[in-house]
Design a protein around this ligand. Structure first.
Ligand code: GLN
Ligand code: ZN
Length: 759
């Protein structure tokens, strides 16, 4: 009998119950008991769903009050000493302080979980870290599941992945965190022993680091570490996901563990390597259902690939989603407004549970036992394949007409910039902002009332226009050189455009946890993307009409549109990126026609699209750069293209950033004290740059001198004639008073620097 399980379930709840309870607790509106009650209910409901679907195990340990990596740190007793907390007696209040900071200490660092949009709290370790035990929450949860009559399979992040994802701030440079492994493994041993005492048979131990380019000494550390865990008395299922671990199949299969989970959705081709290496008594958990995307599985096709595997492995085959389901929304149930045809193509976490168990039933009892499910699956697949909404001849024709020249500006940058300087007549070190101005409560209310039908389209438009006028007047008063309209009409930089494009669908409750209590609702790209009409031209033209200064048009780039959506799985990502690029390109052309001289195409998600393995980078960079170029390169030489990226780690992809060939790039630099600029300086980045001179994430108003210092540093590495002056990112999360004060100082800093340069 093939067994069934999942690697994890979304913890936030179908109605974001956890988010609202967390936030109420932070505001002091509910006490710890009430918060715990919400968590317990969610766990119970999610186990119940797994049981109801017929899975053989319920997964425990995927729940966390904020983040599962932070919970593991608290479990192991590896909390940053600077907080002074006792891990064994940790209160929820303190747990949240680790994640969010408190009056005395900044929060632990948070960063992206592999190539997902989820953020985990980076374990903060050092030579002194003892790992001598902490909270017992996972044990309590195992008890809880048992008491409810379920068979729990706990999941924990494995020791090498945990250590790999950790950092040792403040440790001596010579300190190698791998030296912590023996102590860490001892803590894992105790944890596994405690789980065994609670009657646990299998533990899923996640080692996604095996899918990265790990150094040889880290790879070599697997064997001794897992030898130490071998006699803990529980069976270990070593799980990898998000990419192939085929190159380490031999190594993994020599570890004293009892089973392996692999991601057969992302990299089905790794199967053979694993089958060749798999010990005769080991379990193979086939990650056959996409845990990262929202498409309904083609059960007939998947069953056909699993049948030979089942014939070969029999009871040793387990069926699962490719990775934890935390990366997809909870349930389709709340999606009554979604077009029924599109809805029939989808499966969220709850629906995927049934897919897993149906596949196992088809294997265990034969195809005939799941005839109805197979027929329903076939119907959904053929509806999706044949639907007139998916493929548009118009878009297909345009794709066929794409030429290499479409990715090239007419003239090289040196020529363009001369014409642009002549045409734009900007002062040296021109000042600008990244696009958005404060999204005030007033603006959010306007949108909500308009959505509810309480505010007519005309009244809404008028109100938004007065917000735009306000932003323009304030920028004029501040004497900023290149103005923006402020994005008052946009709820979100992807949704706003997606709503105006063909091929996009939006959910009502399709929330996915991004970090802590923060959730995002990625739109779904289901069909060929096409721009039926101009999206921003009227707004931008209106904004330009208010001022004699230059108004910058503001668009979201194709890679970011792709990266922050659920994307089609029936064509390569790069094809979807190209369709998006053509849509943006049309908008760029229309903005230019409407007299807009500067157009910014934001690509904040460009870097996060990078594949996990460096060997796969060139291919991604190739199509991603081309998509950006195609979106931008239709303009005349004297139209200036800006782009914006808000992160500080791209020294390793600078050649690609340069190849995008934006005339101006604005980047995040103030938090890293402009370290990043060194990379730009060394590489001799050829075009113009606006290094952010102040951090918009903090309400603190930076002084003129601080910004001047950053500008001086910038002038050291970049020729001043190629420098712009701007904040790090958009200002939508800020209030007006601090925004005006900070921008006022920024303009003064630019002024002072200009005077110095003139001397
Ligand atoms: N133009 C956008 C804004 O200013 C850019 C946002 C971003 O970089 N994430 O809000
Ligand atoms: Zn930004």
């Amino acid at each position: 009998m093939a067994r069934t399980h999942i690697l994890g379930f979304p913890r936030i709840g179908a109605q974001r119950e956890l988010k609202f309870a967390q936030e109420a607790f932070w505001r002091g509106e509910i006490d710890e008991a009430a918060l715990r009650e919400v968590g317990a209910n969610l766990r119970r409901r999610h186990w119940q769903a797994q049981q109801a679907a017929g899975l053989d195990y319920v997964t425990v340990g995927d729940f966390a009050w904020y983040d599962q990596t932070l919970t593991l740190s608290a479990t192991l007793g590896a909390l940053p000493a600077r907080f002074g907390f006792d891990a064994r007696a940790l209160q929820l209040q303190q747990y949240f302080e680790l994640a969010r900071g408190n009056a005395a200490q900044p929060a632990m660092e948070m960063t992206k979980w592999f190539d997902t949009n989820y953020h985990y709290l980076v374990p903060e370790l050092g030579p002194q870290t003892q790992f001598d035990g902490g909270v017992n929450w996972i044990l309590d949860e195992v008890d809880e599941a048992r008491a409810l009559g379920y068979r729990p399979k706990p999941v924990i992040l494995g020791p090498l992945s945990y250590l790999w994802l950790s950092k040792c701030p403040g440790a001596p440079a010579a300190f190698d965190r791998l030296s912590l492994l023996p102590r860490l493994v001892a803590a894992y041993r105790s944890l596994l022993a405690a789980l065994r005492q609670r009657g646990v048979e299998w533990v899923q131990i996640d080692e996604p680091a095996l899918c990265l380019d790990l150094p040889a000494n880290w790879l070599a550390a697997y064997q001794p570490a897992y030898e130490e865990l071998a006699d803990a008395g529980v069976k270990l299922l070593l799980a990898t996901y998000f990419d192939t671990a085929a190159n380490h199949a031999l190594l993994a299969c020599q570890l004293p563990v009892q089973g392996f989970h692999i991601d057969l959705v992302r990299t089905p081709q790794q199967l053979d390597a694993w089958l060749a290496a798999l010990p005769g008594d080991a379990v193979l958990s086939a990650g056959a259902i996409d845990g990262r995307n929202i498409w309904r599985n083609d059960l007939r096709v998947t069953l056909a690939t699993l049948q030979p595997l089942h014939a070969r492995l029999g009871d040793r085959l387990w069926i699962a989603p490719s990775c934890s389901l935390q990366h997809v929304p909870v349930s389709l149930e709340g999606e009554g407004k979604l077009d029924p045809e599109i809805r029939s193509w989808l499966a969220f976490a709850t629906e995927k549970l049934c897919e897993v168990s149906t596949l196992a039933q088809g294997l265990n009892e034969g195809e005939a036992a799941i005839t109805a499910s197979l027929q329903a699956s076939d119907a959904a697949q053929s509806s999706r394949r044949q639907s007139g909404r998916v493929t548009h001849e118009l878009v297909q024709r345009r794709l066929r007409q794409v030429t290499p020249e479409m990715a090239q500006r007419h003239s090289p940058f040196v020529h363009r910039i001369a014409v642009q300087r002549e045409a734009l007549q900007l002062p040296p070190l021109p000042t600008t902002t990244i696009g958005s101005f404060p999204q005030t409560a007033g603006i959010r209310q306007l949108r909500a009332r308009h959505k509810r039908g309480e505010l007519s389209a005309l009244d809404y438009l008028t109100a938004i226009r007065s917000e735009i006028e306000l932003a323009v007047r304030k920028q004029e008063a501040l004497d900023i050189d290149v103005l923006v309209h402020g994005e008052a009409e946009r709820n979100d930089m992807v949704e706003y455009f997606g709503e105006q494009l063909w091929g996009y669908a939006f959910t009502e409750n399709g929330w996915v946890q991004s970090y802590g209590s923060r959730c995002v609702k990625p739109p779904i790209i289901y069909g060929d993307v096409f721009r039926p009409e101009a999206m921003t031209v009227e707004t931008t033209r209106y904004a330009q009409s208010l001022t004699s200064k230059l108004m910058k048009g503001m668009l979201t780039g194709p890679v970011t549109m792709l990266q922050w959506s659920f994307v089609r799985d029936d064509q390569p990502r790069e094809t979807t990126a190209l369709q998006l690029a053509l849509a943006i390109r049309d908008e760029v052309a229309d903005l230019e026609k409407a007299g807009i001289r500067i157009i910014q195409i934001d690509e904040p998600a460009f870097r996060e699209g990078l594949p996990l393995r460096q060997a796969d980078w060139p291919r991604y960079l190739d199509w991603a750069v081309r998509a950006f170029q195609i979106s931008a390169a239709c303009v005349r030489d004297d139209t200036q293209i800006h782009t914006h990226m808000c992160y500080s780690e791209f020294n390793d992809i600078l050649p690609s950033i340069a190849a995008m060939d934006a005339d101006v790039i604005t980047i995040e630099t103030s938090r890293s004290a402009m370290e990043l600029l060194d990379g730009f300086g060394e590489f001799r980045y050829p075009n113009e740059i606006g290094p952010g001179v102040y951090d918009i994430h903090s309400p603190r108003v930076p002084g003129v001198d601080a910004m001047l210092k950053l500008l001086e540093r910038a002038c050291d590495v970049i020729p001043p004639e190629r420098l712009w002056v701007n904040p790090d990112c958009g200002l939508k999360t800020r209030g007006w008073p601090e925004t005006e004060a900070a921008l006022g100082n920024m303009v003064q800093a630019a002024q002072r620097m200009r005077e110095r340069l003139a001397r």
